[in-house]
Design a protein. Structure first.
Lengths: 189, 186
C-alpha cells in the first residue's frame, strides 16, 4: 500500500516517515539494482546511495503529484547513471556510506539470490541496449521494472502522452530485432 | 540472531536522517517534476531531482537579493541566460548558465568540478516556486554552472538539467549530442 494513494499526506516530511518509506521500498530497490549490477557488494552500496539520495532530495517529492514509486525510480536512475559515469577514484572520493562493510555472509547470500533471480531481466535489458535512449529507458521501467506508464513517465520527467508514443515506437523497433522475445515486446504495453 | 542488511542499512540511514533538517513544509502550489539529467550531476549526487517553476507570465526571470545575503531566483522562461548571469553577478553570484536544445548537452568537463559541495548550490525554496542561492557557498574562484534542457522549443518548459560548481575557469558551452547515460548494463 502506498501512502500517496491515501491522500496528500507527505510520507517524507519527518524522520519516522522516511524510515517507513525505506522499509516499504527496500526490497523493490535492491531488485532494481540487482537487475543492473551482478555484484552483491555493489548492489549494497548502490541501494544505500539510492536511499541517501532520496533522503537528501526528499523535498522534491510532491505528494499528490505522482506516486512515491515513480519519484523513487527517478532518483534511483540518477544514482545509477552517476555511478556509471564516475571513475573508481571519484567513486571512492564521494562515497559516504560504503554499505558493503555492513554485509555479513548471510547478507551476501541473500543479495546473491536476488541477483540470480534477476538474471533473465539482465538478459532482457541487454537485448534492449540498441534502442534509442529515451525509448529504452521507458521500456526498462515499464517492462522490466513493472512500473505503470504514468510512474515511468514521472521517473523520467516526461509527460505520460510522450511516454506512450515512445513505448509504441520501441515496441515497433523491437519487433524487427531477431531474437527478442515476443513477451518483451508486448507484455505490459 | 543476526541483523539483516536491511536493518543495518536502516540504522545507517537513521543516523544520516538525524543530521538533516526536518522542518514542517507548508503547502505549495503544484510544480512540474523534472529529473536532473547528465553531466555535472555527478558533483551533486545527493541532490537528484530539480523542480523547475513554470509560469506563464513575463519577465523571463527575477533575481532578488534577500536581507540575509542570499539571492532568490525565479525563472519563468528559459530564454536569455546571459542576462540572468549578469544579473546574478550584480548580486555577488558568479554563474554560467546555458539553456541547451533538447537532445544536446555541453561538452564536459567544462572545468575543475568541485566534488560533492557541502550544500546544493542551487536550492529550491521551501515554501515557493523559487530557487535560492547563497553567495557564501562559493569560494572566490568558484562558479555556479547550470545547464537546462529546453523542452521541444517551448521556452516556458524545461526537460531538466544539471547543476554543479566549477573551480577556476569554465569553458564555454560546446554543444554535443547527449550521450545518454541510462543505467548499468551487463
Amino acid at each position: 500500500m502506498r501512502l500517496d494513494q491515501e491522500g496528500p499526506a507527505d510520507p517524507l516530511a519527518r524522520t519516522q516517515g522516511f524510515e517507513a518509506f525505506y522499509l516499504r521500498h527496500f526490497d523493490v530497490m535492491t531488485r532494481f539494482v540487482a537487475r543492473r549490477v551482478a555484484d552483491p557488494h555493489t548492489v549494497a552500496d548502490l541501494t544505500a546511495e539510492i536511499f541517501l539520495a532520496a533522503l537528501h532530495s526528499r523535498h522534491t517529492y510532491r505528494p499528490g503529484q505522482g506516486s512515491e514509486t515513480g519519484w523513487l525510480y527517478g532518483v534511483a536512475r540518477n544514482v545509477l547513471s552517476v555511478q556509471r559515469r564516475r571513475s573508481e577514484r571519484e567513486a571512492r572520493a564521494v562515497e559516504r556510506v560504503v554499505a558493503r562493510r555492513l554485509l555479513d555472509g548471510d547478507d551476501i547470500a541473500d543479495l546473491t539470490d536476488r541477483i540470480d533471480a534477476e538474471e533473465p531481466a539482465r538478459r532482457a535489458l541487454s537485448a534492449m541496449a540498441d534502442l534509442p535512449e529515451g525509448e529504452r529507458a521507458l521500456l526498462e521501467l515499464v517492462v522490466i521494472d513493472q512500473l505503470t506508464v504514468a510512474e515511468a513517465a514521472q521517473a523520467l520527467g516526461i509527460r505520460v502522452g510522450t511516454a506512450r508514443v515512445r513505448l509504441h515506437r520501441a515496441r515497433r523497433t523491437l519487433r524487427k530485432v531477431p531474437g527478442v522475445a515476443a513477451a518483451l515486446v508486448t507484455e505490459g504495453l | 540472531m543476526t541483523v539483516s542488511f536491511r536493518d543495518k542499512l536502516l540504522a545507517e540511514l537513521r543516523a544520516e536522517a538525524a543530521t538533516v533538517p526536518w522542518e514542517p513544509r507548508p503547502a505549495r502550489r503544484p510544480a512540474r517534476h523534472l529529473v536532473a539529467a547528465a553531466g555535472l550531476a555527478a558533483a551533486v549526487a545527493a541532490a537528484v531531482a530539480v523542480v523547475i517553476p513554470l509560469m506563464s507570465q513575463t519577465p523571463a526571470f527575477a533575481v532578488v537579493k534577500n536581507p540575509d545575503g542570499t539571492v532568490t531566483v525565479r525563472i519563468n522562461e528559459f530564454v536569455r541566460p546571459k542576462e540572468l548571469e549578469k544579473r546574478l553577478r550584480e548580486e555577488g553570484v558568479r554563474a554560467v548558465i546555458d539553456y541547451v536544445p533538447y537532445g544536446q548537452t555541453c561538452r564536459e568537463p567544462r572545468g575543475e568540478i568541485v566534488p560533492q559541495p557541502e550544500r546544493m548550490p542551487l536550492r529550491r525554496a521551501e515554501d515557493s516556486m523559487d530557487f535560492w542561492i547563497d553567495p557564501k557557498d562559493f569560494g572566490p574562484d568558484e562558479t555556479l554552472v547550470v545547464q537546462m534542457h529546453s523542452a521541444n522549443d517551448d521556452p516556458a518548459k524545461s526537460n531538466g538539467g544539471s547543476v554543479g560548481v566549477v573551480r577556476g575557469p569554465v569553458a564555454p558551452c560546446e554543444l554535443v549530442p547527449v550521450a545518454f547515460s541510462g543505467v548499468e548494463r551487463e
